[in-house]
Design a binder for this molecule. Structure first.
Ligand code: 9MR
Length: 464
């Protein structure tokens, strides 16, 4: 039976909005999660939320508080989604318009609506260079740093226990090819501003998942490599981070990258969740629908991709309305993109990965070999990021060292998941504390960034 037939039958049985009301009335004070589970069971596979829930994921949308009085909008919201992200209402300019004076009116409205309807909330965003109130824009140095920490603490405390995931820091890396941090007043307070924000958020709301969120990081490129390096470093040093958000704003100039799934997977392999946080895809018809299906299938194929949120409900609700990038048209009708998304959620022919690839035996290692290493590169003019995959031979390893020979004039500028001795010529990378011990055939990856010409050839590997 086609999923649209299932959908039609489901709709005929009971209108979803009424079903939600009935369940809420029946269970009364039962926890919100339980309400969600019951609603899921009653409407399996007929809405985005229920289909995603069957795959262990959420399906969310950005919500604008001023649209909660629009009955068409709210009807779709309540029927189709089980996660909401306030589109602008939790940003710094909205929540702290004057220093130390917090205003949660609009954001609270969205949170209340979510709680009343069994939806979870993604908080967005605690620290960001954009949409700062004027007073913060005019601060710098230690005054700005203190104001930022206070803001994170106050807002995360206000919503403590109500937020599934927080975008603690948003868009902190620059576009372009050098993998640098974005210049901003926050960045100028010191490179550690990001980890300081994460630590403050953890203290304020230990139950919320803490995410780093960005755009143009959806495929493997210099920007996503730089985020990857930061997250690796955070994990190695115990900075509290639980998830990475991939905004996934796509159009013809910036389509869904071919390595989208692989990119989600490599972040998941660092031992945290990945989330698709602001999905929209400009276009129409089959092409748009196919792209949506690609994104959904990629998430379903990555076991730690825990949910997908679109950036608005109807095309007319979008920040890019002229690109008609969403799942419902301006009248609230389901588009082809909606059907493709629902079908992809219901398809699930790709089973979730239950074993992270870092522990999956790769192709058979040479018998008796201590370890082998392979190199992959992302390059740009004047620089590169190298990812080295170390695979243990038949005896496993207690530790390993991989040696890479760099061309003259090339230098390592940064390394993660390994310790380098030297930066030029023949550079030896040894394991760090958590990735030296590999069982036979097991792999791990480390990376380094370099200035100059990338290395060629296969790194050598020795095991101890
Ligand atoms: O959708 C948001 C739009 O209403 C605002 O005017 C805009 C202002 O910066 O922010 C939009 O949301 C952005 C989100 O907060 C962060 N990622 C990019 C989104 C689109 O610009």
């Amino acid at each position: 039976m086609s999923s649209s037939a299932v959908r039609d039958r489901g709709s005929a049985r009971v209108r979803p909005g009424r079903r939600a009301a009935l369940i809420s009335a029946t269970v009364g004070t039962v926890a919100a999660g339980t309400v969600l589970a019951l609603a899921t069971a009653a409407s399996a596979g007929t809405t985005l939320a229920t289909s995603a829930a069957e795959k262990g994921r959420y399906f969310g949308t950005a919500v604008a508080a001023n649209k909660l009085s629009d009955s068409t909008y709210v009807g779709i919201l309540n029927r189709e989604f089980n996660m909401v992200t306030p589109e602008n209402e939790m940003k710094w300019d909205a929540t702290e318009p004057s220093q130390g004076q917090f205003n949660y009116t609009s954001a609270d409205r969205i949170v209340s609506h979510a709680q009343a309807n069994g939806m979870r909330v993604r908080g967005h965003a605690l620290a960001w260079h954009s949409q700062q109130p004027g007073w913060a824009q005019n601060l710098s140095g230690s005054a700005l740093r203190s104001a930022m920490v206070n803001h994170v603490t106050q807002v995360a405390t206000h919503y403590q226990g109500k937020i599934h995931s927080w975008d603690v820091v948003n868009e902190a890396f620059a576009d372009g090819g050098n993998g640098a941090r974005r210049d901003s007043n926050l960045q100028r307070t010191g490179n550690d501003w990001i980890e300081v924000a994460f630590r403050a958020a953890r203290t304020a709301d230990p139950g919320a998942k803490l995410c780093y969120n960005d755009y143009n990081t959806d495929g493997q490129n210099a920007k996503s490599n730089a985020v990857y390096a930061m997250v690796s470093d955070f994990k190695a040093r115990g900075v509290p981070i639980d998830c990475v958000g991939f905004q996934s704003h796509f159009n013809s100039a910036s389509p869904v990258p071919g390595d989208y799934q692989a990119n989600l997977q490599r972040f998941a392999n660092l031992g945290l969740d990945v989330q698709i946080t602001e999905l929209d895809i400009e276009g129409s018809g089959t092409a748009q629908a196919t792209s949506y299906a690609t994104v959904v299938k990629a998430c379903l194929a990555v076991s730690r991709c825990t949910g997908i949120s679109v950036w608005g409900i109807r095309d007319t609700d979008s920040w890019r309305a002229s690109g008609t990038p969403l799942l419902f048209d301006g009248n609230g009708n389901k588009k082809a993109a909606y059907t493709a998304t629902l079908d992809a959620l219901n398809g699930g022919t790709t089973p979730p990965t239950t074993v992270p690839p870092t522990t999956t035996p790769p192709t058979t290692p040479p018998p008796g070999a201590g370890c082998t290493a392979s190199l992959s590169l992302q390059t740009w003019t004047g620089g590169f990021v190298a990812t080295v995959r170390v695979t243990a031979g038949s005896s496993g390893t207690n530790g390993w060292a991989a040696t890479v020979t760099l061309p003259a004039g090339t230098a390592v500028t940064n390394a993660w998941n390994a310790q380098n001795s030297g930066t030029t010529g023949t550079v030896r990378f040894t394991n760090v504390g958590y990735n030296g011990r590999l069982t036979a055939g097991q792999s791990t990856e480390f990376g380094f960034q370099g200035a100059g010409t990338p290395p060629s050839g296969t790194p050598s590997c020795t095991a101890s």
